[in-house]
Write a protein that binds this ligand. Structure first.
Ligand code: ATP
Length: 511
């Protein structure tokens, strides 16, 4: 755990140092739960969004029947008529249970705080409050936080210990909820609505109250009829949207994982009620595969089906794509069969007809909805954590040096190719600039002529650039350059004419 914490600190430091992610408004001391993406981070995020849009909207995989999937995109306003949020249930139900420490006044999400107790008979060997996403990792967090003496005692008595783990909002019955910071007693859980409020227009009264959307999904439901009426699309079809969402999280934490402003990538897939189960299974597997295909290949990725008791009252099935971050296993994306709940609610609250008429079967029905709902920032963080690697690379003199490398999938890598002249003379910079200029219209390229070439390679490794092209003394003689692979560090010579170089890079980027 300590190592994992250390690893996360190194990833956060690299993200800052290399311009992936900065704390928001840092010159004023930052603001909790808000982050800015720097030059490399914004490219990573854009690549992620482009890949998703391409694979989901423009060219999705064929559906379960082998036919092309019908998908369209949408871009809704962030602020909508507040009735949307009444219909969706967010005004009444978008609450997180909140607890406060009576001693230090710190505030926590009650379902993310656990009291962990280890007993040997009547004897209590450990009783602490910890923060964790689920009950399972809470015990490990408690053990990691215990001092060496306590840990030794627990290990000595391990086979006789009885462990109890109780969530703060389920405490009582002899177990007190304890503060993870100072061990003080926690208040009972209280409801806290997580929607950010604002006012539209000059008057600040209840009539002008509006919300910053806590999810992009409701904008899709609100426009479902518009899309049906203005396109020739037929059920089954999906509407996809990428956009900002805002949640006044009680306890933003784990870097960008739980932020107050973030981006979502969401799909609402509308189908006949009788087809909802197979479509759910298809989307669940397709979305899991998408993460694997983009580099989350390790055993850290998993697909977890929700147990019946975990499901929302309207959901028929739900699964989470989860990733084992250095701070624990957490959700990247949820795939849910939401039945006709949302469209029925909007029909009820808006008075508009949300039914679909199938002119072939002459059947009228409210479509059922499969919702794959993911977070761009969480995905970016998972790809960053998975890509992060420390190994060794030779310097200019052949001596092995520690290097940090981000092994991003080429499709996600912020910069695809870096171009260097070996030295700043003998026409090398001119040739390198010529190559750089030829590549720029086709891919994100970077030109660098400063410092020793080994150091330039290592800087690109740290940024996750898959290929470095170097113009050297041989270039003028035989018209070739070296192309170095980030992962294998192998260099090959290839011809410098734009066609060959571009073809070679594009071929490798596709692999
Ligand atoms: P959690 O239980 O972690 O709060 P959730 O189940 O409430 O997440 P959803 O409402 O299903 O999340 O939102 C869909 C996706 O939006 C999540 O899978 C996640 O990727 C992203 N997301 C939700 N809340 C946040 C947040 N505070 N910061 C960053 N991303 C988020």
């Amino acid at each position: 755990m300590a190592n994992e914490q250390d690893l996360m600190e190194r990833i956060v430091a690299l993200a800052k140092r290399r311009g992936f992610i900065y704390p928001s408004s840092e010159i004023y001391g930052g603001i909790n739960g808000f982050w800015d993406y720097g030059p490399l981070g914004v490219e990573l995020k854009r690549n992620l969004k482009d890949a998703w849009w391409q694979d989901v909207v423009r060219c999705p995989p064929p559906g379960p029947d082998g036919k092309p999937l019908q998908m369209v995109g949408l871009d809704c306003s962030i602020i909508m008529n507040p009735k949307v949020w009444e219909a969706s249930g967010h005004v009444v139900n978008f609450n997180d249970p909140r607890v406060d420490c009576k001693q230090c006044k710190a505030r926590f999400r009650a379902d993310k705080v656990f009291t962990v107790i280890a007993r040997e008979g009547e004897n209590i060997l450990l009783s602490v409050g910890v923060e964790a996403d689920h009950e399972d990792p809470a015990k490990a967090v408690a053990l990691a936080a215990a001092n060496a003496k306590a840990r030794r005692r627990l290990e000595e008595h391990a086979d006789r210990l009885v462990w109890t783990v109780v969530r703060a909002d389920r405490a009582g019955q002899g177990v007190a909820a304890l503060c993870p910071l100072d061990g003080g007693p926690l208040t009972d859980a209280r409801k806290f609505n997580m929607m950010f409020k604002s006012h539209a227009g000059a008057m600040e009264d209840s009539a002008s109250l509006v919300y910053l959307r806590p999810e992009t999904a409701q904008g899709i439901f609100a426009n479902y009829k518009n899309v049906l009426d203005t396109t020739r699309i037929k059920v089954p079809f999906g509407i996809a949207q990428i956009g900002k969402a805002f949640r006044n999280e009680i306890n933003p934490r784990n870097f960008t994982f739980r932020s107050r402003e973030f981006e979502q990538m969401e799909i609402e897939f509308f189908c006949h009620p009788s087809q909802a189960d197979p479509w759910y299974a298809w989307w669940r597997d397709a979305r899991y595969k998408w993460y694997v295909d983009h580099g989350l290949k390790s055993s850290k990725l998993r697909l977890r089906d929700h147990a019946k008791e975990e499901l929302a009252h309207y959901a028929r099935a739900c699964a989470d794509v989860e990733y084992e971050f250095p701070f624990g296993i957490s959700e990247l994306e949820g795939i849910a069969n939401r039945t006709d709940f949302d469209l029925s609610q909007h029909q009820k609250f808006s008075g508009r007809d949300m039914t679909y008429f199938d002119d072939e079967t002459k059947e009228r029905f409210i479509p059922h909805v499969i919702e794959p709902s993911g977070g761009i920032d969480r995905a970016a963080l998972a790809f960053l954590c998975e890509a992060y690697c420390e190994d060794e690379a030779p310097d200019e003199n052949g001596a092995m040096q520690k290097r940090t490398v981000l092994r991003f999938h080429p499709r996600l890598a912020p910069v695809k190719a870096a171009i260097f002249p070996l030295v700043k003379k003998d026409g090398m910079p001119e040739k390198a600039l010529e190559i750089y200029t030829a590549l720029r219209p086709h891919m994100t390229a970077f030109y660098d002529e400063k410092g020793a070439v080994g150091r330039r390679y290592r800087r690109q490794d740290e940024a996750g650039t898959p290929f470095c092209i170097t113009v050297d003394g041989q270039t003028r003689e035989d018209g070739t350059v070296t192309i170095r692979d980030r992962d294998s560090m192998k260099q090959e010579r290839i011809a410098t004419d734009a066609q060959t170089l571009l073809g070679c890079l594009q071929d490798r980027l596709r692999r």
